[in-house]
Design a protein around this ligand. Structure first.
Ligand code: NDP
Length: 514
């Protein structure tokens, strides 16, 4: 199952196991069960601290638990945690076996103190890059607190369950049998939801901080660069962010950062985090800025109720998926309307789906989905695709992809629970048409995350981007901006990084002069 190179790496990791770990398999006669047993046998062969029991009695097969001999840790994987979940499996084994997690001591203590009974089930797909963060966070919580259990379920393998619970996006998290949340979430965000007092306590801690020299808002490519440049100048640097990585978390292979041949978005995000944490940067995460009040000391108010002050601020809040803004879209997000083909694509196996848009993202999505879905309709409002020719040619060569031109989306149709079709205006004959389908992947570009600045004096342009000059200064002295949230053209990772560096150097220059 595992190749020799991976086995050698794992053998080295498993020397870090302090305590025994028991893998207990629940299997049936299926091929997947045999594959799972093959994987587990490979793992047990790599360390005498890992043993395998084949007498599991989980209702889901194939599945297995990762436990300590005291039976006090409830981690289960239903399906084979390969693909993006392989790291989740290895971390679960290491942490169950006593390898210390890389989490702040106060968070570990907070997890240990959680009272009550919390049975989490997380539906994932193996190609979802956002899922491992949730699985790993919940597994860690299960390792530290016997009142918490964590089960990962591969939605592509347990289709009946997915159908019954009407899961159409991953990760979808259930707590004690009820839907708890959807989408990327880290340990602190999950803790905030189950331990509501923690938000207030964290906000009080943040508000008590002394003013910063530079406060960076955001956690993507521009923000990470800006914060590291500031910290390297030896000035007091703070970073307010919801996550590390920003949009790169939704990107698979990145091939246009010239110093690196190819890297996965989530891997690059973990490098950002490591780099940020190795500098003197005060990270406030997960926190979302909601208001900016300029002054001698600039104030940034956070959704948690906290308030942070700084002599200069760098706005690097990036961009998010553009929505179609048609009736039904909001209602069915996560119930058939999707934005991440890598994540949610596997849930549409054998179904009919649509992709909206004709740029590189849309055409790449259509090519990906054509390998999973029964049929893919690509709807564009004009009469030409704008994607690179090589991608267009590939898509148009696929038998189960249809391009529908001059199709203006009018409505997302649904039955109250899930998407049933899309209604569009056929501009060739001015008639409305209804296309029955199960999923709609919206790929129509990005919008800057600047809504929170609307009441501030920071000037935005017609596209709602923060206006910046060549020094990345905004219209307000002391406030700088960088990356996809700004008017800087060509939204690219390297450009965001360059702008982040410029904004930081300009902030430093401002501090010296004032
Ligand atoms: P783009 O801006 O390139 O394309 C947006 C598409 O969505 C266009 O077809 C546009 O149609 C359509 N559109 C916009 N608004 C609406 C709307 N309200 N309703 C319906 N359709 C709409 O965005 P992408 O996300 O595709 O790409 C963003 C950037 O990232 C680009 O620079 C792209 O090249 C790059 N990228 C590169 C990749 C690669 O190199 N492999 C992969 C993915 C992205 P219209 O033409 O009618 O305006």
């Amino acid at each position: 199952m595992l190749d020799n190179k991976v086995k050698e790496q794992l053998r080295a990791y498993f020397t870090k196991l302090v305590n025994p770990v028991i893998l207990t398999a629940s299997s049936d006669a299926s091929k997947k069960s045999q594959e799972m047993l093959g994987l587990l046998k490979d793992l047990t062969g790599l360390s005498d601290k890992i043993t395998l029991a084949e007498n599991g009695n989980s209702p889901r097969a194939p599945s297995f638990t990762v436990n300590r001999p005291d039976g006090n840790c409830h981690i289960e994987f239903a399906g084979l945690p390969m693909g993006h979940e392989f790291t989740s499996l290895i971390l679960a084994i290491l942490q169950t076996g006593g390898y210390p997690p890389k989490v702040e001591a106060d968070v570990i203590e907070q997890i240990r103190q959680v009272e009550g009974s919390f049975q989490f089930e997380t539906y994932i797909s193996l190609t979802c890059q956002n899922c491992p963060e949730v699985v790993q966070a919940l597994n860690l919580m299960a390792v530290l607190n016997p009142n918490i259990s964590s089960t990962m379920i591969d939605g592509a393998l347990f289709q009946d369950e997915v159908k019954e619970r009407q899961i159409m996006a991953v990760p979808t998290i259930y707590l004690n049998g009820k839907e708890f949340g959807q989408g990327r979430m880290n340990v602190k965000e999950i803790l905030a939801k189950i331990d509501t007092g923690s938000v207030k306590r964290e906000a009080e801690k943040i508000s008590a901080k002394a003013p910063f020299d530079v406060l960076v808002i955001g956690g993507g490519s521009a923000a990470a660069t800006a914060a590291i440049y500031a910290a390297r100048k030896g000035i007091r640097t703070g970073l307010v962010t919801e996550n590390f990585g920003g949009q790169i978390l939704n990107t698979t292979d990145i091939e246009n950062i010239i110093a690196i041949k190819k890297i996965e978005g989530t891997h690059l995000a973990s490098i950002y985090e490591e780099n940020i944490r190795s500098h003197a940067i005060d990270v406030m995460m997960p926190q979302r800025a909601v208001k900016l009040i300029p002054g001698d000391l600039i104030e940034v108010q956070l959704e948690s109720g906290a308030s942070v002050k700084s002599k200069t601020v760098i706005l690097a809040t990036g961009a998010t998926w553009r929505k179609m803004a048609v009736p039904g879209e909001e209602t069915y997000i996560g119930k058939g309307v999707a934005f991440c083909p890598h994540c949610d694509g596997p849930l549409y196996k054998g179904k009919d789906v649509a992709v909206i848009g004709g740029g590189n993202s849309a055409v790449e999505a259509a090519i990906d989905l054509a390998g999973i879905a029964n049929h893919v309709s690509v709807l564009i409002r004009s009469d030409r695709l704008t994607a690179d020719t090589i991608l267009q040619d590939k898509m148009l060569s696929l038998k189960n992809v249809t391009l529908i031109k001059q199709a203006k989306t009018v409505e997302v149709a649904g039955d109250g629970k899930k998407v049933t079709g899309i209604v569009y205006l056929d501009q060739t004959d001015n008639t409305q048409k209804n296309l029955p389908l199960s999923g709609i992947f919206v790929q129509i570009g990005q919008v800057p995350t600047t809504g929170w600045l609307k009441d501030s004096p920071v000037r935005l342009n017609g596209k709602q981007e923060i206006e910046v000059d060549v020094y990345n200064r905004t219209s307000v002295p002391g406030i700088f901006a960088a990356g996809d949230a700004t008017s800087s053209p060509y939204k690219q990772i390297v450009i965001a990084m360059g702008d982040g560096a410029k904004a930081s150097l300009s902030a430093f220059d401002h501090l010296i002069r004032h």
